[in-house]
Design a protein around this ligand. Structure first.
Ligand code: IMP
Ligand code: MG
Length: 184
């Protein structure tokens, strides 16, 4: 029997397998731990897409840290950003004078992240940086400086490892491309 994950019927191909994801997260964790040496962090997981990424990343960050969650939605049921970002769940603690690391699944147009940076930046954190699992620079409408990036991707719709298509497929252990007949 193969030890490769079974390919879901909605997936055309696997872009990043589970081992490559974990290897990159270990590198990111080490880099973040070095960069913030001697400091304490507030890791802000952007729900729902970043839930798996955050859970693996925070275990690779060897710093005192608190974890908080924020849920935003910008997409509705389309595969393109609407540009309208809605806060569905806010942080549970103040970030004033804290070093904040925003952890997000993916940056596409950049609209969601620039909005998040604005509203969290207004709360007077000591610093604010972002860590994204994936960046799709081809479609960027709003420039966002990305401090830590897992993978740079082409402009195609991806799912798995937290990323969804209409709420489904977040549980796939790899990052893959949806078959065009489903993605339309
Ligand atoms: P942006 O505002 O266009 O940068 O979109 C960011 C949000 O859209 C992310 O937080 C994701 O939830 C979602 N998104 C963008 N591209 C993809 C994709 O390829 N697969 C799944 N979700 C995506
Ligand atoms: Mg998201």
């Amino acid at each position: 029997m193969s030890d490769k994950p079974a390919l879901d019927k909605h997936i055309a191909r696997i872009l990043i397998d589970p081992e490559a994801i974990q290897k990159r997260i270990a590198e990111l964790g080490q880099q973040i731990s070095n960069d913030y040496k001697g400091e304490e962090l507030v890791v802000v997981c952007i729900l729902k897409g970043a839930f798996l990424f955050t859970s693996d990343l925070c275990r690779n960050i060897t710093l005192p840290q608190k974890l908080d969650f924020m849920a935003v939605s910008s997409y509705g049921h389309s595969t393109r950003s609407s540009g309208i970002v809605r806060i569905e769940k806010d942080l549970s603690e103040s970030i004033e004078d804290k070093h904040v690391l925003i952890v997000e699944d993916i940056i596409d147009s950049g609209l969601t992240m620039s909005y998040l940076l604005k509203i969290l930046g207004d709360r007077k954190p000591a610093s604010i940086k972002i860590c994204v699992l994936c960046n799709k620079p081809a479609n960027q409408q709003q420039f966002v400086h990305i401090d830590y990036c897992g993978f740079k991707l082409e402009d195609e719709f991806v799912v798995g490892y937290g990323l969804d298509f209409r709420g489904y497929l977040r549980n796939l252990p790899y990052i893959g491309v949806v078959k065009p007949e489903y993605a339309e």
